[in-house]
Ligand binder design. Sequence first.
Ligand code: NAD
Length: 462
Amino acid sequence: MKAHDGMYIGGAWRPAVGTDTITVLNPADEQPVGQVPAGTAQDIDAAVRAAREAFPAWAATPPAERGALIGALRDQLVARKDEIAETVTAELGSPLPFSEMVHAGVPILVSGSYAELAATYSFEEKIGNSTVYMEPVGVVGAITPWNYPLHQIVNKVAPALAAGCTVVLKPAEDTPLTAQLFAEAAHDAGIPAGVFNLVTGLGPVAGQALAEHEGVDLVSFTGSTAVGKQIGATAGAAVKRVALELGGKSANVILPSADLTKAVKAGVANVMSNSGQTCSAWTRMLVDSARYDEAVSLAAEAAAKYGSRIGPVVNAKQQARVRGYIDKGVEEGARVVAGGSEAPREQGYFVQPTVFADVTPEMTIAQEEIFGPVVSIIRYEDEDDALRIANGTVYGLAGAVWAADDAEAIAFARRMDTGQVDINGGSFNPLAPFGGYKQSGVGRELGPHGLAEYLQTKSLQF
Ligand code: NAD
């Protein structure tokens, strides 16, 4: 795999200040695929300075021109889509067809949406005797996780650039090669020097330096709730804007009138895709008592079909964590009906597609985010019970509701404490706001709501 040995700062690849490096491993075979520099606080400082310097001119660039450059960036991603898919497969381990369709495909859609939104969004509004201007917040520090390496980057960088902000990105240490490809695409698209900057490195070193840097006006973070809380506290102390996309433990609520087979199959597929490493995955399947046993057999059958089609999880630590959760589920009395904690292969960080029955709402596997291919099936007695269970975690990122008709599903969805609900298998909408209730986060990504995160208002009275 191609790897740069420098940081992309101020429109050029520059040598890193320190000499430490990060070796990227392929989780499917544990072999090294590349090496990138591990940035220090000094690298972050250089990148933030470049972003500050570039900010006034970029903020003053007409939105339609910014949109045209984001469109050029989208075209560069299209030109590199095969290389992007291969790189994501090499560093995340996701099967190539999934990398092509989702890891390379979705960022093309999202960057395209911001090319258009930059040109059409109303950055000015009249309210009574006032004119309200939507102005860019300033320099954005973007910190991203490894689970959707390019999507998480584009979700932050595209709206930030559309708003007129400049960006310093610190991508996840497991997937920095995809981030370097993105920097190449931004460069070749003609994004002006300093508008987008990349520093690879470790979270507690480069990530923390970025979150704490006084030259950063807004920190946009996607990752674990534990780190998110820390970043929120740091930003709060500095009275700095912050957007947090954190964990989830979403419920897939199958109401008694729903098509059970369809709902169960879609539910299992949703968790197994990306090896369960999706923050919005419907990891808790809620089924009424009368159809519980039928749902359990359908889910076990569906999970068994995944067998070796599923990719590995990202690294050894994650594999151990997921297997530990499976053991914990057994210890607390849940019943494994597919998969189990035993590693299915000698090499690679694989975990068996696993389904648990007899899961009660308070069990660890029903409360904590596992971030692996594990579904927990929970029984409910009536709709109020289902709602109590669905809302009974600290998270509120996503969910699904299935019923014979949409109206019934909508009525239930409106009572859920969560930011996104798919009704009867509704499909992904790259313009719909994505983000969490409760401890799943602060702020929204995607579409016009995602753009608004990077804007602040100025009112002029006449
Ligand atoms: P993580 O929190 O460990 O890391 C995320 C990013 O933060 C990485 O770039 C990492 O280097 C950096 N980081 C780590 N420690 C830091 C620190 N002290 N200061 C600043 N930055 C630091 O999470 P992860 O293991 O990479 O990702 C998995 C988690 O992300 C899961 O919990 C998942 O739910 C969550 N996630 C949420 C969403 C969402 O949109 N809500 C999307 C994807 C992943």
